[in-house]
Design a protein around this ligand. Structure first.
Ligand code: MN
Length: 258
């Protein structure tokens, strides 16, 4: 059978499952808090245009406002100084928005130490067990942080949230074919990453290598260590540094009878 026809059939029979990795977007969605000397992103807000009323008898719709980096969102290369001459979010090629995903689970380590940092040896240990990453893979970094998503204080945890060590970020960006880093936390970098050298190493190295970030993912525990296919759908905001994004994964359920 033709590949795409088989895929569609298997989505109907449930042997290929669609997993939503996107956090629901609302006024309660946590946003990053930067030092007071910095500009701050806006939380999600909405204002009713009409709701089957005098402003529109048959129609319900809202105006919304939010930052490019509110909720589950995509970091484009231009988001960081190191990538300032690279793609904005509208210029990211569509073929790079679909690709294989690997899931590295450090939720136990992050539960024991909220400042846990992923290091190169962690990634190499994963590869020794599961094999090398497929070409142009998304590295999805599970920390268990999505369990905190309904409580902004717990989610932001006073700036103590897990991330990636600078040398590991440099290695992933410059010496592997990983296309992007997806995390469950409010940003791709650790909560304390403003104090690292370089500051915010995931942003510095990944965006500087024309690579991407995805944040505030959930349901990573429903993905296998390898084999999922990730779809990220940022809005093509012209000149934009990123965008709120719907992120979906296709997962094969071999145990489902067909
Ligand atoms: Mn961002």
């Amino acid at each position: 059978m033709a590949l795409l026809a088989e895929l569609c059939d298997r989505m109907v029979d449930g042997s290929v499952e669609v997993i939503d990795l996107t956090a629901p977007l609302s006024e309660r969605t946590p946003i990053i808090r930067l030092p007071p000397t910095h500009g701050q992103p806006c939380p999600f807000e909405r204002c009713v245009i009409s709701r089957y009323d005098h402003a529109g008898e048959n129609v319900y719709w809202n105006n919304i406002s939010l930052s490019e980096h509110t909720g589950t969102h995509f970091d484009a290369p231009i988001h960081w100084l190191s990538g300032r001459h690279l793609d904005d979010v509208s210029q990211v090629p569509a073929r790079r928005l679909i690709g294989p995903a690997v899931v590295l689970d450090y939720s136990a380590e992050a539960a024991a130490d909220p400042d846990f940092l992923l290091r190169r040896e962690h990634v190499e240990a994963w590869q020794a067990q599961h094999g090398h990453f497929p070409e142009n893979a998304w590295l999805l970094y599970r920390t268990g942080w999505d369990a905190r998503r309904d409580d902004a204080e717990q989610f932001l945890n006073g700036g103590h949230t897990p991330g990636v060590a600078p040398e590991c970020a440099r290695w992933l960006a410059q010496e592997t074919s990983v296309i992007g880093l997806g995390v469950e936390t409010v940003g791709t970098d650790a909560g304390q990453a403003m104090n690292f050298d370089p500051a915010f190493p995931c942003h510095c190295y990944m965006q500087g290598a024309n690579k991407y970030g995805l944040t505030q993912l959930q349901n990573l525990h429903r993905l296998p260590p390898r084999g999922a296919v990730l779809f990220a759908g940022p809005l093509p905001i012209v000149g934009g540094s990123g965008s709120p994004t719907r992120v979906l994964a296709l997962v094969e359920r071999s145990e489902v009878s067909r």
